[in-house]
Design a protein around this ligand. Structure first.
Ligand code: FAD
Length: 396
């Protein structure tokens, strides 16, 4: 069997690696060029994502490019402590989460897939896909037509494959937050932050996060509740102008963000954040969508990449354990849909807590303290990061 995989982000190369374990050959088609492999900021994988990397035998590669994260600490605009939550139950050897540059995970997975014999092509755009009954095809922007037995859309929230499978599929939803990310190198502020933890501040006008690295840098992000930023505005705004905007937004909040922004490099600016809840149809004939193309939790969930990695492994298991493409896709959907849709819903709630209304803003700290004491607790969210994959178990 040969799989055409559209998208070389996280789900795409991870699926190629998983399919190789069950003897399926793949081609990964990615629009980004190798020169763009550094564009983007940092993110964290929860223990369930780390577990999936281990199933694929690529955890060591990712770990060498990242650092451990155990906890999210929540702080109010005045600096008062609101609560703390681990990224999930630890793995057998004590590992919890892994923080690294988002594009680096994609490029490391792709490089490893290539090393293991997968045909990975970067700088190619898929312009259309087709299911022809006994085979599938993908047409590239240079006119090349590739042929395979199955086609996997791992092409992200604006998936072309999702629309090819179901032209009435709902589009992704803007969650009301723009995102900025950066790094401040060799800063004494790193020593003021708790090691192996994100410090999240529910600020007056923005939600921020900062994480010290083992090298003495601090990586950080700012989420701004505001309308989506147009591409033309993004293109016309300089880093200094973005920095001035961010400094104004965090001006009245406690914590190190002002100095981190003032002395840091912007790695991501004016990124609009989306989610995708219920996509009614995941597969048709020989084509299927996975990862963000099928179900994108908002970045606030901290789960999108981990779910994409889980999908990759479960899809390969489904193909291994069934005797037809249709049965495999049905088994995959049965194993995945309920879990991922619950996590997208949880992510939407967590995004909206970053955008409080006027009344919510007044009582924000008091409300959040109660939320982290009674509603969002370790035991209540353990099912998210505590999920583990048994590679040898048959997919029901
Ligand atoms: C700012 C931000 C912060 C985030 N933080 C976290 C976090 O802390 N933890 C977490 O788990 N998740 C986080 N996420 C979400 C996570 O990045 C996604 O859920 C994850 O990347 C999904 O992987 P994917 O492979 O499905 O999609 P993507 O990573 O989006 O990959 C899709 C790929 O398909 C390619 N592509 C699209 N169309 C075509 C085409 N026609 N032809 C060829 N290639 C195509 C794209 O170039 C892209 O590389 C964050 C997301 C954002 C935006």
């Amino acid at each position: 069997m040969k799989a055409l995989i559209v998208g070389g982000g996280i789900a795409g190369p991870a699926t190629a690696l998983a399919l190789a374990k069950v003897g399926v050959e793949s081609v990964v088609l990615e629009r980004r060029t190798d020169a763009q492999a550094d564009d983007g900021s940092y993110f964290s994988l929860a223990p369930n994502g780390v577990d999936a990397l281990r199933v694929l035998d690529v955890f060591d590669l990712a770990r060498d490019d990242g650092f451990p994260t155990r906890t999210n600490r929540m702080v109010g605009a005045t600096g008062s402590f609101l609560g703390a939550l681990s990224l999930g139950p630890s793995l057998d050897d004590g590992w919890v989460g892994l923080t690294m540059k988002r594009p680096h995970l994609a490029s490391r997975l792709a490089a490893e897939a290539s090393r293991r014999g997968v045909d990975v092509r970067t700088g190619v755009s898929v312009t259309s896909v087709g299911d022809h009954g006994d085979h599938v095809s993908a047409t590239l922007d240079d006119g090349t037509v590739l042929r395979g037995d199955i086609l996997i859309g791992a092409d992200g929230v604006r998936s072309l494959v999702r629309t090819a499978i179901d032209p009435t599929a709902p589009p992704a939803r803007y969650v009301g937050l723009t995102n900025f990310g950066g790094i401040t190198r060799a800063t004494p502020l790193a020593a003021d932050l708790v090691p192996e933890a994100w410090e999240f501040v529910f600020g007056r006008r923005a939600f921020t996060g900062a994480h010290p690295t083992p090298d003495g840098d601090v990586v950080w992000f700012v989420n701004v509740p505001e309308p989506a930023i147009a591409r033309s505005v993004r293109a016309a705004t300089t880093d200094d102008e973005w920095r001035a905007k961010l400094l104004e937004l965090v001006a009245d909040d406690a914590g190190p963000m002002r100095e981190l922004i003032a002395g840091g490099e912007l790695e991501l600016a004016g990124d609009n954040t989306y989610d995708l809840g219920h996509t009614p149809v995941w597969s048709r004939g020989r084509m299927i969508v996975i990862g963000d193309a099928a179900h994108a939790p908002s970045p606030s969930s901290g789960q999108g990449a981990s779910l994409a990695l889980e999908d990759a492994v479960v899809l390969a298991q489904s193909i291994r354990d069934t005797s037809s493409v249709q049965d495999a896709f049905a088994a995959f959907e049965k194993a995945r849909r309920e879990r991922v849709e619950k996590i997208v819903a949880a992510g939407a709630r967590s995004s909206s807590s970053k955008v409080p209304g006027r009344i919510g803003r007044v009582f924000q700290d008091a409300i959040l303290r109660l939320v982290f004491r009674y509603a969002v607790t370790e035991s209540r969210v353990a099912w998210i990061g505590g999920s583990r994959i048994d590679w040898d178990a048959r997919v029901a």
